[in-house]
Design a protein around this ligand. Sequence first.
Ligand code: ATP
Ligand code: MG
Length: 141
Amino acid sequence: MKKSFTIQSTKELPKVAEALIELMGKANVFAFNGSMGAGKTTFIKVICAALGVENVVNSPTFAIVNEYENPKGDPIFHFDFYRLNTLQEAIDIGFQEYIESGYLCLIEWPEKIENLLPDNCVYVNIHSEDNTELRTIYWEV
Ligand SMILES: Nc1ncnc2c1ncn2[C@@H]1O[C@H](COP(=O)(O)OP(=O)(O)OP(=O)(O)O)[C@@H](O)[C@H]1O
Ligand SMILES: [Mg+2]
């Protein structure tokens, strides 16, 4: 089933986040596709806020992965593979173990590690019109 939302501003992201959160019992790996500046990090921040994360959510700057915690104390992993040079670097940080942990994994620039993603990965696409606030966010499960 395909779900698609066209939104005019970041204010509408919480309702999109709620729809995505509904899938989190069935899948733990979510890959966010979208060009530079499309709004991947922004959307992930809103998702984490909706899940009750109190840490600051930002793209990993020095590491490839940031770890947050939900109110239950479960970890949430946020990956940004933009600066990844080789697949081996992802393997070396233990990417496979992260996704097999069953904990929530939110991934920016998944194209870099496509071959490592599990079959039940949910691909979230964010499309932005040039020079507008308009975003289309869609996924298919
Ligand atoms: N849904 C949205 N509607 C309007 N503007 C947005 C939306 N999401 C993000 N923006 C704006 O777009 C800019 C870039 O967003 P963001 O950093 O989240 O993109 P990104 O996809 O993570 O980029 P990168 O590929 O560099 O990681 C920010 O200034 C943000 O305010
Ligand atoms: Mg980003």
